[in-house]
Ligand binder design. Structure first.
Ligand code: GLV
Length: 346
């Protein structure tokens, strides 16, 4: 017989023609890249999809990830998964949606997804407050030297109250410069204002009307660097912001400046930052993001007393992570059904 029976070609159709597959099972195929994703989103997906969850409560080994995504229609991923051409090829032509449980999307080859008609869902807004809170926590920890002070209290360095011991600059009366004035930058500005700062400056591609609420003033990057006592990076990592904080930038800052980064490690030339901290070109730095992540234990940043390093926990408020998971699931479902995604990366 020249033609195979319908039964024998059915698996092929199921894999390659979405509508035929839907008629046969009615359920979408979704792959989740790690087993420790907050449960809410996974439960939402399970109601309508065949969900396969990685067995790894951590980053999946790349070769395993590539095998696991084959034939899936949606991927529920995190910022630790590189969604590049190789992965999209491995997933195959049936892939319709990538949902990332993050607001940052520098781990996704966005133009390649667009070319292939793959929709991207992400989690803006829902993590703004948590990330702004963490930014303030890191700012205060770095300026008022909380990890150093706690270390002294725990290890006997605390001999008595002392008038000049463990001092650091206060926020009241200071000038704070925010680089990147999107949702998170604005939320940081509103919070910083409550500390009776003197001036809030911002640097952003475009003027932001929201700046008025915090009384923030748009300035050039160089002006922000030279005038600010505290410089906070909230800018997304894009080609224009890659290593924007380099040797020249640190040299333009005040010697007393404190640099905070809660966006992406890639915005900083890290070797230049290490030198600036060692040579006291600036006073201190607080980093929630580094290159690479995790930072190897022998990285100098971890041993500098004037540097506070956190393990990328900006959005790690319990409720926030639950909401991010649910939003990722809703994005994926809407993308699969062809209805409007609640948060599509356009
Ligand atoms: C965290 O860094 C995020 O992009 O959500």
């Amino acid at each position: 017989m020249i033609y195979k029976s319908v039964a024998s070609i059915a698996p092929f159709l199921v894999r390659n023609i979405g509508s035929v597959r839907k008629m046969s099972s009615g359920r979408f195929k979704v792959f989740v890249t790690r087993s420790d994703m907050p449960k809410g989103g996974i439960d939402i997906l399970k109601k309508e999809c065949d969900v396969t969850v990685s067995s790894h409560p951590s980053v999946m080994p790349r070769d395993e990830l590539l095998k696991s995504v084959a034939g899936t229609e949606a991927i529920f991923c995190s910022l630790t998964d590189k969604i590049d051409q190789e992965l999209l090829n491995a997933a195959g032509p049936g892939l319709k949606v990538v949902g990332t449980i993050s607001v940052g999307h520098d781990h996704i080859d966005v133009p390649e997804c667009r070319k292939r008609g793959i929709k991207i869902g992400y989690t803006p807004d829902v993590l703004t407050d948590a990330t702004a809170e963490l930014t303030l926590a890191l700012l205060l920890s770095t300026s008022r030297r909380l990890p150093e002070a706690q270390h002294e209290a725990r290890t006997g360095g605390w001999k008595s109250w002392a008038p000049t011991w463990m001092t650091g600059p206060g926020l009241a009366g200071s000038t704070v410069g925010i680089v990147g004035f999107g949702r998170i930058g604005q939320a940081v500005a509103r919070r910083v204002k409550a500390f009776n700062t003197n001036k809030i400056l911002y640097f952003n591609r475009s003027e932001r009307p929201e700046a008025q609420e915090a009384g923030a003033i748009k300035v050039s990057f160089d002006e922000l660097l030279s005038q600010s006592d505290f410089i906070i990076c909230c800018a997304a990592l894009v080609p224009e912001t890659k290593e924007i904080f380099n040797k020249a930038a640190f040299e333009k800052m005040k010697k007393t400046a404190i640099f905070i980064n809660t966006s992406r490690g890639g915005t900083v030339d890290q070797d230049a930052l290490i030198e600036a901290l060692k040579n006291n070109t600036i006073r201190a730095a607080g980093l929630d993001v580094t290159t690479p992540e995790p930072l190897p234990l022998d990285n100098p940043l971890l041993n500098l007393p004037n540097c506070v390093v956190l393990p990328h926990i900006g959005s790690a408020a319990i409720e926030t992570r639950d909401t991010m998971s649910e939003l990722t699931a809703e994005n994926i479902l809407a993308g699969l059904k062809g209805s409007g995604m609640p948060a599509e990366l356009k």
